[in-house]
Design a protein around this ligand. Structure first.
Ligand SMILES: Nc1nc2c(ncn2[C@@H]2O[C@H](COP(=O)(O)OP(=O)(O)OP(=O)(O)O)[C@@H](O)[C@H]2O)c(=O)[nH]1
Length: 294
């Protein structure tokens, strides 16, 4: 087996060329979360693909606004270039047989010295493949690149060829992120897990059987995550155990879970935890009664 390589990859291109579709096709629908400890760049990680011989870390590029690219001032352009210069490979996505001024504006933002792979997407739309050749020749004349790879993101065609090309430019000979630093679970799922874990740790044996955690609200507000969660118990008597004297227990659960979340999500968290009695039983009893059962 060939040695493992890893590195950071940015996907850029004008709106609608298929960047999101391509990312999803490459990494699947899963969103990987990386613990704060493992974060080393100022890029946000969009997804991680760990294959047998390579780990591809896809990052977004802050400030890369191709929509208003003509209005960008020099300083902003410099910022974008700097951010892009920190990645190891850039995928510059264009649409098969289409190249306009917006593509050219994006191309101008690409930093020198970083390998650029031109990804010609949507080749499934080209009926006559002969059309592709003059287009590729035109592209080759207009942009600096290390490779051109035609693909179809929606049909998942040529993606292995693309990854093979990317791999050649990944600089590290070890994983950027170890298995235990990455999770495919959503942040919402993890939020519930953290609360559940504190609940078990702080109440332990006294924990009422059947207590569950439901995240009722998870809103990302800039850097801040606003989370409301309910600890649901079966009986009113259980509620007071979870709340504790003067709310002591639930406050501690919330505070410790919040610290874990901030570490994992890499930003401030506003966490509200309340305790709720599942009225399901009562409702069922009421229903049975109304139907004539006791
Ligand atoms: N036929 C075809 N359509 C595609 C392909 N890839 C993406 N599309 C379509 O192109 C449209 C735009 O795709 P997106 O992935 O949203 O494009 P984007 O570049 O992320 O767009 P922005 O978020 O606006 O920058 C969608 O309707 C996709 O279904 C492809 O390989 N073939």
């Amino acid at each position: 087996m060939s040695e493992i390589r890893s590195g950071r990859i940015a996907i850029v291109g004008r709106p609608n060329v298929g960047k999101s579709t391509l990312l999803n096709a490459l990494i699947g629908e899963k969103v990987s979360i990386v613990s704060r400890r493992a974060q080393t760049t100022r890029h946000r990680i969009m997804g991680i693909l760990t294959a047998a011989d390579a780990q591809y870390v896809f990052v977004d590029t802050p400030g890369f606004q191709t929509r208003h690219v003509n209005a960008l001032n020099q300083a902003m352009n410099r910022g974008v270039r700097q951010a892009l210069a920190e990645v190891d490979v850039i995928l510059f996505v264009v649409e098969a047989c289409r190249l306009d001024d917006r593509d050219r504006a994006v191309r101008k933002l690409l930093p020198e010295g970083c390998p650029v792979i031109i990804v010609v997407n949507k080749i499934d739309q080209i009926k006559n493949k002969a059309e592709l050749l003059p287009y590729l020749t035109q592209l080759a004349g207009e942009a600096e690149f290390t490779a051109i790879v035609p693909v179809s993101a929606t049909r998942r065609a040529q993606l292995d060829a693309l990854l093979g090309e990317v791999r050649k430019h990944l600089p590290n000979d070890e994983l950027l992120f170890a298995e235990d630093e990455i999770t495919d679970r959503s942040e919402k799922f993890l939020a519930a897990e953290y609360i559940r874990e504190k609940l078990f740790r702080l109440i332990g044996d006294e924990l009422p059987y059947g207590a569950t955690v439901e995240v009722e609200r998870f809103v990302v507000d800039g850097e801040l995550r606003r989370i409301s969660a309910a600890i649901v118990v079966d009986r009113a008597g259980h509620k007071s155990i979870v709340i504790g004297k003067g709310g002591e227990v639930v406050k501690r659960i919330a505070s410790e879970a919040r610290q874990d979340m901030e570490r994992m999500f890499g930003g401030p968290v506003f966490l509200e935890v309340f305790v709720k009695v599942n009225s399901g039983w009562a409702d069922d009893a009421q229903l049975l009664k109304s139907l004539g059962y006791e």
